[in-house]
Design a protein around this ligand. Structure first.
Ligand code: PLP
Length: 406
């Protein structure tokens, strides 16, 4: 019955599929005997979703009307300003900055793809990438094209990045680049400040041809779990030529444990007032045309947190406690990988660590037999440090290495 454009392969979501298998094992063998590192949310050592008390206290203080009422189409204006403050911290770039509310970072990705690429275009991202980028691109009649994220020394691969940017500019005269940093999903890689400087300098050179249009979309889904200086690169987004537009996706999912409340924003930064206004207009139109408006209660929570300095400090303190927990888990995994001689991608921050392998599905199936569940990706396995206790993080590299050797 579906229309022609909707005839497409509908695969089971890899991540949710892996979790279903893990849940079956937990039911059979018990939680303590299963390592379920498939989930992309922060869980406590017993597998329970962590929710920030300070944030939910604020939510519960809202009136019924705050839950029930519509929000304005492009979002409550104080909320939008607050998302800009929350995203950039002390490193707000110079320029014209506008924002539009979206249902989480996913909504921002959708708006960027729809409004800043043409039908059939290729969208550029790294070869290790969050699978829904592909789903969202194909849903909108676009394709994902990739550059190699790492060079032979496991540093950012500028050579391949530049080659792919050139190729797409040649073909399309415009390129939308999706960069998930800091705390890249699935590797945990973060571009250093110096790498950002190089990257921005490179795209400035490409933009010297005024026919080229370059849109840099920066996915910061995990930013709030990184060190404060991770925001420093934002200041580099100021003063760029007007044919470079920077887009940043703000999300309340991880940083405020509001995964299901679906709240975020897409922030546009341009040195040109008209480009910024056009961004606001097209994304507001997209809101009306796709999901109407966002979740008012979530927006009000963010506003209320930032209005009250003492409350903001309490939220940050609570989040920092969990940031330390995450760090300990990641360190345990990294140390054990070193001891076992297990190669992992360079991890800096965030919820995930990846293990390169040429046979992700085969290796994952072997591990499942030992009650260890990771997400098989194109180029390796993803281990969610966010979802597994420090103790389990410490033993998993040995089990992976064993499975690789058999
Ligand atoms: N980007 C990345 C890399 C993610 O991992 C996620 C969530 O898992 C998102 C964006 C979007 O999340 P949300 O739409 O809940 O903000």
């Amino acid at each position: 019955m579906v229309a022609d454009h909707a005839v497409r392969q509908v695969d089971e979501d890899t991540i949710f599929g892996a979790n279903i298998q893990a849940q079956k094992s937990i039911a059979q063998y018990g939680f303590e005997n299963v390592i379920n590192s498939t989930i992309g949310a922060l869980l406590d050592d017993h597998g329970k979703l962590i929710t920030f008390d300070t944030v939910f206290e604020t939510l519960r203080k809202l009136s019924d009307v705050s839950f029930a009422a519509y929000a304005p189409l492009s979002g409550i204006s104080e909320y939008l300003d607050t998302t800009i403050v929350s995203a950039f911290g002390n490193y707000k770039p110079d320029g014209f900055i506008e924002a539009v509310a979206t249902p989480g970072g996913s909504g921002a990705i959708r708006h960027a793809i729809w409004n800043y690429s043409n039908w059939g275009d290729e969208i550029l991202t790294s070869d290790w990438y969050w699978d829904p980028y592909n789903t969202i691109a194909t849903e909108h009649g676009r394709k994902i094209s990739v550059y190699k994220l790492f060079d032979d020394h496991m540093n950012f691969n500028f050579v391949d990045f530049e080659a792919k940017v050139d190729e797409l500019l040649e073909k399309q005269k415009r390129v939308l680049v999706l960069i998930n940093s800091p705390a890249h999903n699935p590797t945990g890689y973060s571009l250093s400040y110096e790498e950002w400087v190089n990257l921005i300098n490179m795209i400035k050179i490409k933009a010297s041809n005024s026919e080229n249009k370059i849109v840099l979309f920066i996915d910061i889904a995990y930013l709030d779990f990184c060190e404060d200086d991770s925001r420093r690169f934002f200041s580099l987004l100021g003063g760029l030529p007007k044919n470079i537009l920077s887009l940043v996706s703000f999300s309340m999912s991880k940083g405020y444990t509001f995964y299901g409340l679906r709240s975020g924003s897409i922030i546009g930064i341009s040195s040109d007032k008209d480009v910024a206004k056009e961004f606001k207009d097209v994304c507001s139109h997209s809101n009306r045309g796709v999901w109407s408006n966002g979740t008012r209660s979530a927006m009000e929570v963010l506003i209320n947190i930032y209005k009250d300095k003492e409350l903001l400090k309490r939220v940050e303190d609570e989040r920092n406690d969990y940031r330390r927990l995450l760090k300990k888990r990641a360190q345990a995994f990294i140390e054990a990988s070193k001891e076992e001689g297990l190669e992992i991608c360079p991890y800096k921050d965030g919820f995930f660590i990846s293990i390169p392998t040429t046979d992700p599905v085969g290796l994952s199936n072997k591990l499942n037999k030992d009650n260890v569940f990771l997400v098989p990706l194109e180029m390796g396995l993803r281990f969610a440090v966010c979802a597994v206790s420090e103790e389990k993080c410490r033993i998993t590299p040995r089990l992976i290495k064993q499975a690789m050797n058999t």
